[in-house]
Write a protein that binds this ligand. Sequence first.
Ligand code: PLP
Length: 392
Amino acid sequence: MIASVLPTYNRAPLAFVKGEGSWLIEADGRRFLDLGAGIAVNALGHANPALVKALTEQANAVWHTSNLYHIPQQEALADRLVEHTFADTVFFTNSGTEACELAVKMARKYWYEKGAPERTDILTFDGAFHGRSSAGIAAAGSEKMTKGFGPLLPGFVHLPWGDHDALKQAAASPTAGAILVEPVQGEGGIRPLPDQCLKGLRDLCDQHGLLLILDEVQCGMGRTGRLFAHEWAGIEPDIMMVAKGIGGGFPLGAVLATEKAAGGMTAGTHGSTYGGNPLGCAVGCAVMDAITAPGFLDEVNRKAGKMRQSLESLVASHAAVFEEVRGAGLILGLKCKAVNADVVKAGYDNLVITVPAADNVIRLLPPLTITDAEIDEAINRLDAAARQVEAA
Ligand SMILES: Cc1ncc(COP(=O)(O)O)c(C=O)c1O
């Protein structure tokens, strides 16, 4: 008999009843060190007092009114995002995949309004992940995500990772409209796009008039040590997808855009019942205030350096289990020689949570607020997990 919850997930045999900072606690009191942060969501840790305050104060005021009316918390969060980024304007969603939907619609509408409605193609890359909506799976294009769900939304050109000739040819096509890319592929196995490549993509877009859409759903909101990952490359996108960390655990996403790229999105062209609701935006403001506070990102960078160094030693001492450390800031991956699922499971046995990714990688996406002592403890527990895998 089918489970009462649609069985689309392979769930680990764990269930948590409480979260505190970098820790998740089961009903029997077992405390797990959380290096997954709900897949890069709990950027400020579990039950962060500033977020609990923002959410409960808003819950006691008003939960939902709809986008028929002004939502002051939404305007406050949009103002903060505009102040700290390339963007002139923001639309709020409830998730990353909804942000993908709008990014695609926005790019197509841009070209439609410019009198070039044939420029519908969006260039994407192997290993990409943009969510599970119809546009999201069509954008990523992998067989794993799309098989059985056709006909797929047309207008995506899938390019091999690192094939510059294929990319240049696709960008020069008269039907090309935009390039969509994650500055650091998350689900694809923590594969950072080198700064030079991101600059190259910006140049290519400028050369052909294409829009550059960045998916910073997983790598954004301070995770790489800058507010957004593309800042390291010194470039700006035209459109950017954000979610996960921006709500710190409350479902919230956003599309940020320049005035030019957003030009086609006039009243009535897009909407969402819940997107930008007062609860989510009140929390989002508190998250933005914490991440943009002086010194916060400096600390992320310092701790990321410490973690990376410790992980390099871990890999060196378990050469049969691990191959290399990947990533940037606190979006890190351990490429495994052992089966990644076995390493994740051994982590559970040793009370440390990691997240599997493609390419036989385990992801380490701790809360950005993880402490030095917790990093040391995380390495001890990963070391124990690796020894368990070696002994098996
Ligand atoms: C890069 C990226 N884009 C989009 C998504 C989809 O976000 P959501 O699961 O909130 O729909 C994810 C989720 O993992 C992601 O990592």
